[in-house]
Design a protein around this ligand. Structure first.
Ligand code: AMP
Length: 218
């Protein structure tokens, strides 16, 4: 049997974290648990949580720790996570959440927290060139000589730049990420569970580094 894995993946917007989480989830047959995706689903479904989360997400704030810990606790108690582990993406965001994770993970503790490291200038460039299909969300990279009109290869929808992908907004999000994440890096460093993985390279190269690091720690 393939052993599972219990991982927290930290990484800037544009670091390729989302793509790598999907691949790691398949590789280790462990659920990819993205709190951002869970909140966006709640917003779409119009649940009570979704109504509360919507304004906070739009304002770029953080949903309260107690709510987030409750959501993740419930998710981690499900059979798939109990048996196979978890690839956590977007959680923890605060040291309180990280300490709570240690408590709720109980006898299934984290193997490793990985900081997927891509230089800021590189993600800034990637995010500035990012274009997205308005209908299905497929991502593209602008080369400077883009088709006009630009239609999505997947669904034929319009490919556009997101309103929040301007350099100012991107810089603001990256600053926020750094100030939020630094205490987590210190927390996992102090408790000797942190590994830094070089996120520069092809997706296959980065994936091989990630699996190697997880296997070494498991
Ligand atoms: P993400 O897709 O991870 O960037 O998350 C989108 C938004 O959801 C964030 O900007 C926060 O407003 C909210 N969010 C996601 N995860 C958390 C968390 N662990 N704690 C607090 N807020 C969160």
């Amino acid at each position: 049997m393939i052993p599972g894995a219990r991982v927290v993946l930290l990484g800037r917007q544009g670091s390729g974290k989302g793509t790598q989480c999907t691949r790691l989830s398949r590789h280790f047959v462990a659920p990819h648990i993205s709190t951002g995706d869970m909140l966006r689903a709640a917003v779409r479904e119009g649940t009570e949580l979704g109504r509360l989360a919507r304004e906070i997400i739009d304002a770029g704030g953080l949903v309260g720790d107690d709510i987030m810990v409750g959501i993740v606790d419930e998710r981690l108690q499900r059979d798939d996570a109990q048996i196979r582990g978890y690839i956590l993406d977007g959680f923890p965001r605060t040291v309180f959440q990280a300490e709570s994770l240690d408590r709720i993970a109980g006898d299934k503790p984290l193997h490793v927290a990985i900081d997927l490291d891509v230089p800021r200038a590189m993600v800034l460039d990637r995010l500035s060139r990012r274009r997205v299909c308005r209908d299905c969300g497929t991502n593209y990279q602008s080369t400077g000589s883009d088709p006009r009109p630009w239609l999505c290869d997947t669904c034929g929808g319009d490919v556009v730049q997101r309103d929040d992908d301007t350099p100012e907004a991107i810089n603001r999000r990256l600053d926020l990420y750094e100030s939020q994440t630094q205490p987590l890096i210190e927390f996992y460093g102090r408790t000797r569970r942190l590994e830094r993985v070089d996120g520069v390279g092809t997706p296959d190269e980065v994936f091989a580094r990630l699996t190697g690091t997880i296997e070494k720690r498991r």
